[in-house]
Design a protein around this ligand. Structure first.
Ligand code: FAD
Length: 497
């Protein structure tokens, strides 16, 4: 069973509340101390990474070398070229930077982590495995399996470096809503929302250098296998690009676009009104704590925008982790509150004006041009505007045979096409829209029961619906044109060769 670590057993610079001991070694290692391995999963960055800091601290304490390992699953929640390409290009940069700045080697394995990680620990004779935290069941299952498979002389620590306040510290239970978790998180911020220490290379070097990785080959392979959902061009992967989006001098969110967050963030015609950080936050290429620290530094310039941003970045995002951590059924109707399940089931057989199959929805073949536009924005651009995501999911409830099917389809599409999909925010976003999670009951109506309703007329009052439809048409047209040109030039290259 996991337990939160006591200060004497952990790092000097990482708050002990961030660390859970998943496995304590039960067999002494005959005086021999092996290396420290950080199995990186959700937090794919060097900078501002408490798990990496903890691994280095522990290495120095034990006088042991440190390595980072990453295991590329054969399949992870249906990720395609879009998501895997972004991730691997980020990791490729990370390997070089890790070696250069910290002289820590990076190892890439392919296959199931429950096999590759214990094998690597055995090979290098590791004493300590450090890993980052994800509340998703696939990752938790995998960690349980690793705990069973590694030798009794290995200790395993899990570090929550994704959340500002670690999930298990923010609350010990499933929270009802933002209202119930907000105070708990805010109370802990003085302790956890602190500056990061500067990481130095470990005192003991790894005997060999980084593994030589055929990145181009690995990337080409995932692009080929996941070609159904191609990569996106507008979002450059990696830690440096993430920092540019946060605070770059050209078009950074905090440096150039902050005022737009107060006025434009609910306007789907102005995607730059949002921070655009979700792809980086999802893959851990930027730390939410870094974003929060930098946002607080400029709060005087635009307090309203910073407060709204911190509410989304900390409270809403960490509420989603709370839900997935404490609610095993975080992606099914079983995970909805009792009132919501009842009202949805009371209305499950209400007559629908239209019903669509998954295939029709996927191809944006509905009679609603606004919904079709949002679906196409997701399929081709890879990031649907935040406001449209709510309307999009609620319409799926209206147009399918019942809430279970609606949830299944919305999660399937969200995970397949969104660059930031397969995230607690996505499961909770769909559960909020369709099952009223973290929301309250509203006036009862057909199909939705007491679940909050959204419709076309409401959107029309809020923003220029025709303008959004035209905007998506233009964006999609440009993407298709570029793709066609690239296919032509590839063919031409082949002919020349
Ligand atoms: P910003 O408004 O700039 O927000 C900054 C960060 O705060 C986001 O990156 C995100 O980490 C967090 N945040 C913002 N809104 C929310 C929210 N409602 N709940 C939790 N955290 C939030 N978000 C994802 O990251 N991945 C998903 O797959 C995803 N799917 C969604 C599906 C539905 C049906 C709904 C209703 C919402 C979904 N969201 C998802 C939440 C939200 O829409 C996106 O996080 C946001 O649009 C991302 O754009 P941004 O970073 O530019 O947003």
């Amino acid at each position: 069973m996991a337990s939160v670590s006591s200060p004497s057993k952990t790092s000097t610079s990482v708050h002990p509340g961030r660390i859970r001991v998943l496995k304590e070694r039960s067999r002494p290692s005959d005086g021999k101390v092996g290396p420290v391995v950080y199995w990186m999963f959700r937090d794919q960055r060097i900078r501002d990474n408490w798990a990496l800091t903890h691994a280095v601290d522990q290495g120095n304490k034990l006088n042991a070398p440190v390595a980072v390992a990453f295991s590329l699953f054969d399949q992870f929640l249906g990720a395609k070229a879009r998501q895997l390409g972004f991730m691997l290009r980020g990791l490729k940069q990370l390997q070089g930077d890790l070696q250069e700045t910290l002289q820590i080697p990076f190892f890439l394995f392919q296959g199931e982590a429950e096999e590759t990680i214990p094998d690597f620990l055995r090979e290098c004779g590791a004493s300590l495995l450090v890993t980052d935290f994800s509340p998703l069941r696939e990752v938790r299952r995998c960690k349980e399996e690793i705990c069973k498979r590694v030798s009794d002389s290995v200790t395993i620590h899990e570090v929550d470096t994704h959340n500002v306040v670690p999930t298990w510290v923010a609350s010990e239970k499933l929270e009802y809503s933002a209202r119930t978790i907000r105070g708990k998180i805010n109370k802990r911020l003085p302790e956890y929302l602190i500056d990061f220490p500067t990481l130095q290379p470990p005192s003991r070097k790894w005997p060999a250098t980084s593994q030589s990785i055929d990145w181009d080959g690995v990337i080409a392979d995932v692009l080929r296998k996941g070609a159904e959902v191609p990569e996106i061009e507008w979002c450059e992967p990696g830690e440096k690009a993430a920092m540019e989006v946060l605070m770059g001098s050209k078009n950074g969110f905090l440096t150039k676009r902050l005022t737009g967050y107060s006025k434009d963030r609910n306007n789907p015609l102005k995607p730059r009104g949002l921070s655009g950080l979700s792809p980086y936050l999802h893959f851990g290429q930027i730390s939410a704590q870094r974003c929060a620290l930098e946002a607080r530094r400029v709060r005087k310039l635009c307090p309203q925008a910073v407060d709204a941003f911190l509410e989304e970045l900390i409270v809403r995002r960490e509420l989603a982790d709370n839900f997935c951590f404490y609610q095993h059924h975080y992606d099914s109707l079983q995970g909805a509150w009792e009132w919501a399940r009842k009202t949805l089931m009371d209305h499950a057989s209400d007559k629908r004006e239209h019903t669509y199959t998954r295939e029709q929805l996927e191809k944006a073949q509905t009679t609603d041009p606004l919904w079709n536009a949002s679906q196409l924005e997701m399929v081709h651009y890879g990031k649907m505007h935040g406001f449209m995501r709510m309307y999009w999911a609620k319409k799926i409830l209206e147009w399918t045979r019942g809430p279970e099917e609606a949830l299944e389809i919305s999660i399937y599409l969200n995970d397949k096409y969104e660059i930031d999909g397969r995230d607690p925010n996505g499961y909770v976003g769909c559960m909020w829209s369709i099952c009223g999670v973290h929301d309250q009951g509203w006036k009862e109506r057909a199909i939705f029961g007491k679940i909050r309703y959204m419709n076309y007329a409401g959107c029309k009052r809020k923003f220029d619906v025709d303008g959004y439809v035209a905007y998506v048409k233009k964006v999609v047209g440009e993407i298709k044109k570029r793709k066609a040109e690239s296919v032509l030039s590839q063919k031409a290259k082949k002919v020349c060769c």
